[in-house]
Ligand binder design. Structure first.
Ligand code: NTF
Length: 813
């Protein structure tokens, strides 16, 4: 890898580059221009390695994996790329000489609007780990022009502003015009015999969309690997436009142009909730078809191998069901374009594709109406229909007379295409994202499939990039760890274990306390600058940051806060451990209860913070526009990690791991990866409460829970519920105030067991306060959490995918 020799060379190259790019005096450059200049300089450094990486993969004909995901929440790249090529110090010094502070330049980069939440961030950690481990693996997705909205809070409510993240250009991407492909929508498809009497497919009167790739380099950590994140943008095809115009139908022509441009315009705003819209289905087919076409083209051009060996050289991973059309699309390419028979094509497809499930919430399971699907993707529909027919025939012969089987495993049922069923059927591997989640898939959600294909199922517990979430986000902690156990943990995160002997070391504890205090002060400054509010850094920083969703139970957290407020008001002499409660997260614009939760948090925050009798002991803040960058500020400052979803609902969670790695103590339910965190650190070093997943399941199946009963039996709950609707917290009488939440808790019998878990949660919060009071013990817990967090590095996760599913090997160079 080329490098800058020293800061002098950096300054020289910077000056040259800046002049070419901006044609102005250095002194007049904006911070955004400074950032972009460095970004282009980094591209210059890695460009040879980027080309070389691809050449080596092709020369050695290694098997490569393509990770298909509708989201990649990659976050800012300037700092992580500087760390990756080990040029952060030189860059910092060079900039300083020229009068800039790297820490002020970094925030000039906008967070790319390419993802919503956990699923997209996981994909980003995965491609980071692939490159770090020198594995031949790439991302494939959509280049959305607008990300999820920017969130502002106005009058306590969420307001959604457009996230036009590309306005100033994106220096990391390279447009590859010569690699454009065409994707077909609509028209008619039918089978007819060819000259030899074999059936062939005719697809006519379709409209063509041009897919243009924009490549982003994914730079390995201190190695020479540069993999690729390929993002597709939809453009209209000039030919098709002229054709329509030549027929003389201008309206039709412009409608075509508009609808094509819509395809890569917006990221859909839902996380764990699908709404089955036509444009979303177009997006899914668009990036799947474009990605597959380019992979097949590359395979034929560079590997010179028979198409029948495709699966020996290519693995395709589908991140949830959004890219599940990979299955019929690969069938189409193999049969219609490569002349492969159905049976051979099916074998190749199943051996190539692997699927990860990320949710068992029924409302998040993707289903498409058959008429819409057929109209939009007629050729793909024929293939899906054939897959379904052959499969049901097999099922009926295996289980004669068992009519309900078909319902549980059909791809086409009740007028809908069931994407999860298609995904399982067309993959050789199906995995969940935490042990408990993978077990639930086998026992209930996909139980019938499990009985048919037990060998396909496995667990791959999620992980996070310790490079971004520790080395980059918390350099203070990272360097303390270096000083204590050496820096080999940076390459081998499991080495964080070596911190265990220091858990009770007073000198180490003191330094760790210092680091945490520093990080709390950095966050406190941010809060002061943005919100003109002071928070006490000697208070417990208790943080819940994630998408707002009823099942994640931000409501449980805020109800406890309100309860604590009442306690202080009722007992003016009461002293509690001072606490700062922080929230962050976006609600989908159409999710009423989630938006009402945000309003409730803000209204309670206002009431608490402006009450001089209590605000020394507690503060509540909702931080706007939670994203990757804000996360990098919050995780390092946390004392308590709120992971309080209804047991059985959160497939894994990954924020829980980011908190742990930064020394926060988990306050959580036995859900998702919390179960494994608890196993690693033990009861003494995390606080677990509430219903277990099997208990929740039992209530769903057998009944026996009444939230009205809780309401009548528990005065504290009654007071809180009444407060939601009597105007006492938002200061007015009349109206329904927090009526949606009230009715979710009481009229709809509290589907997520907030009231049932309320008292156990209050006790868990008391336990937290008690433990925080014993500083030495708290520090001990904090160290144990950091030391045990190596397992949750995505390097471990990706190694497991590479060994067990993809069968790919590292390529050193
Ligand atoms: C999310 N799923 C889950 O809700 C999280 O628990 C999990 O940590 C992440 O995936 C990553 O595995 C989704 O966002 C989706 F889309 F599947 F609902």
């Amino acid at each position: 890898m080329k490098k800058w020799q020293d800061k002098e060379e950096f300054k020289k190259l910077f000056t040259e580059k800046a002049h070419i790019l901006w044609e102005k005096d250095l002194r007049d450059m904006t911070l955004n221009e400074v950032y972009q200049t460095i970004a282009y300089m980094i591209r210059d450094l890695v460009s040879e390695d980027w080309i070389r990486t691809n050449e080596i993969y092709a020369e050695q004909k290694v098997k490569q994996v393509y990770y298909f995901s509708i989201e990649f929440l990659i976050g800012r790249l300037l700092e992580s790329n500087l760390l990756g090529i080990d040029m952060d110090d030189i860059c910092r010094q060079g900039l300083e000489d020229m009068g800039w502070d790297l820490n002020k330049v970094i925030p000039a980069e906008r967070d790319p609007g390419l993802g919503n939440g956990g699923l997209g961030r996981l994909a980003a950690c995965f491609i980071d780990s692939l490159a770090a481990l020198q594995l031949p693996g790439h991302g494939n997705s959509i280049r959305y022009q607008y990300g999820l909205f920017n969130q502002r809070i106005v009058d306590n409510q969420q307001v959604e502003l457009p996230d036009n993240w590309l306005v100033n250009g994106y220096p990391w991407e390279v447009k590859k015009v010569d690699k454009a492909v065409y994707v077909r929508f609509g028209g008619n498809a039918y089978m007819r015999p060819d000259e030899d009497g074999n059936l062939e497919c005719v697809h006519e009167k379709y409209s063509s969309v041009r897919a243009v790739p924009y490549d982003v380099p994914i730079i390995g950590y201190h190695n020479n690997t540069v993999n690729t994140l390929r993002l597709w943008r939809a453009e209209y095809s000039r030919e098709q436009l002229y054709q329509e115009l030549s027929i003389g139908d201008r309206r039709r022509a412009f409608r075509y142009k508009d609808s094509v441009q819509q395809i890569s315009r917006f990221l859909y705003p839902d996380d764990s909730h699908e709404d089955g819209r036509r444009l979303r289905l177009m997006q899914e087919y668009f990036f799947v078809s474009a990605g597959l076409q380019s992979i097949v083209r590359h395979y034929k051009k560079k590997y010179h191998e028979s198409i029948y060996k495709f699966d020996r050289y290519v693995a395709i991973h589908i991140n949830d069901t959004h890219p599940a059309l990979v299955i019929p699309e690969l069938m189409r390419i193999l049969m219609d374009e490569e002349g492969v028979s159905w049976d051979a094509a099916w074998n190749i497809t199943v051996r190539t594709v692997a699927y990860t499930n990320h949710t068992i919430l029924p409302e998040a399971m993707e289903k498409w109406s058959i008429p819409m699907f057929k109209e939009l993707l007629p050729r793909i529909y024929l293939i899906v229909e054939e897959i379904n027919n052959r499969w049901l025939k097999e099922v009926r012969s295996l289980y004669p007379g068992d009519g309900s089987r078909a319902r549980d495993v059909a791809v086409l049922w009740d007028g809908q295409v069931h994407m999860a069923h298609l995904a399982v059927l067309g993959s050789h591997s199906v995995n969940g994202v935490a042990e408990i989640h993978s077990q639930i898939l086998k026992d209930s959600t996909l139980h019938q499939f499990y009985t048919c294909f037990p060998h396909r199922f496995s667990n791959k517990t999620n992980g996070i990039s310790h490079r971004r979430w520790l080395i980059e986000a918390n350099p203070q902690l990272a360097s303390l760890i270096d000083d204590t156990i050496g820096d080999s943990w940076r390459r081998t995160p499991s080495k964080l274990q070596d911190l265990m002997p220091f858990a009770d070391d007073p000198a180490f504890q003191e330094q760790l306390t210092r680091v945490k205090k520093d990080r709390k002060e950095i966050l406190a400054r941010y809060i002061r600058d943005r919100y003109d509010t002071d928070v006490r850094t000697d208070s417990i920083f208790d943080i819940q940051i994630k998408r707002i969703h009823l099942y994640k139970r931000q409501t449980l957290n805020i109800l406890h806060i309100l309860h604590l407020y009442y306690l202080l008001k009722d007992n003016p002499k009461l002293k509690i451990t001072p606490r700062t409660f922080l929230f962050g997260g976006k609600a989908a614009a159409g999710y009423g209860e989630a938006k009402e939760t945000i309003r409730l948090i803000n209204v309670v925050a206002h009431m608490v913070n402006s009450d001089r009798k209590v605000n020394k002991q507690m503060k509540v803040l909702f931080l706007e526009n939670y994203n990757v960058s804000l996360g990098q500020l919050l995780f390092p400052a946390a004392d308590v990690s709120e992971q309080i979803s209804t047991a059985g609902k959160e497939a894994s969670g990954t924020g829980n791991m980011k908190f742990m790695m930064n020394g926060a103590i988990t306050l959580g339910t036995m859900d998702g990866a919390n179960v494994e965190i608890h196993r690693k650190v033990g009861d003494e070093n995390c606080v677990i409460f509430g219903l277990r997943a099997d208990e929740v399941m039992n209530y769903y199946i057998h009944g026996g829970y009444s939230s009205w009963q809780m309401y009548s039996d528990d005065a504290a709950i009654r007071r809180l519920m009444d407060a939601l609707v009597d105007g006492s917290i938002d200061g007015s009488i009349g109206g329904d105030h927090f009526g949606m939440l009230y009715s979710a808790f009481l009229d709809r019998n509290d589907e997520y067991f907030v009231l049932k878990d309320f008292q156990p949660y209050c006790q868990a919060q008391q336990e937290i306060a008690k433990r925080y009071g014993d500083h030495t013990k708290w520090c001990h817990s904090s160290v144990v959490n950091i030391a045990q967090s190596g397992y949750f590095s995505s390097d471990r996760t990706i190694q497991q995918y590479a060994d067990d599913i993809w069968r790919i090997k590292p390529v050193k160079h």
